[in-house]
Design a protein around this ligand. Sequence first.
Ligand code: IMP
Ligand code: MG
Length: 180
Amino acid sequence: MKNAIESVLLSEAQLSQRVAELGKQISADYKDKKLLLVSVLKGSVVFMADIMRAIDIPCEIDFMAVSSYGAGTKSSGEVQIKKDLDRTIEGYDLLIVEDILDSGKTLSYLRKVLAARNPASIRICTLLDKPERREAQDIAADYAGFIVPNAFVVGYGLDYDEKFRNLPYIGILKPEVYTK
Ligand code: IMP
Ligand code: MG
């Protein structure tokens, strides 16, 4: 697995320090709110597990699964809900937890779908933000862990062709892995 990684972009220590900071900020901002963390499977699962434990106010969690990528490295723009939330979200303050904000197409679609269900508020918390690649103009991260360059990254939940999610750090994938 490590042979496919060109370089480490974010180490385990950098990730855990930043996640702790985000958790603190979210805990302060959502004090007295009805916080519901919505994790977008599968990429955000590692980030979700860490950020929820860095939040020290009462909150609930739920999961959604969407797909827009297949085995490629670019968003097709066609988003499909593969698993919906288990509950109604009316009155909840939603925080969507994402692994990476890339073109923004996935979150743009997801936010519209969720907004139609009358939550009290919706914000976006993404571990990584790749602003260079943004196409959806209506999307910005309310909380972003790190701004990253335009390279395909894997690890800490992020995959290439469903692999590398279990790397404990974020690495830049060697281009020959996805161009061959
Ligand atoms: P968007 O719709 O283009 O913003 O795509 C967002 C989704 O694409 C993320 O939730 C990831 O699953 C995937 N993605 C985008 N960039 C990368 C990357 O560099 N590595 C792994 N997955 C990525
Ligand atoms: Mg993915």
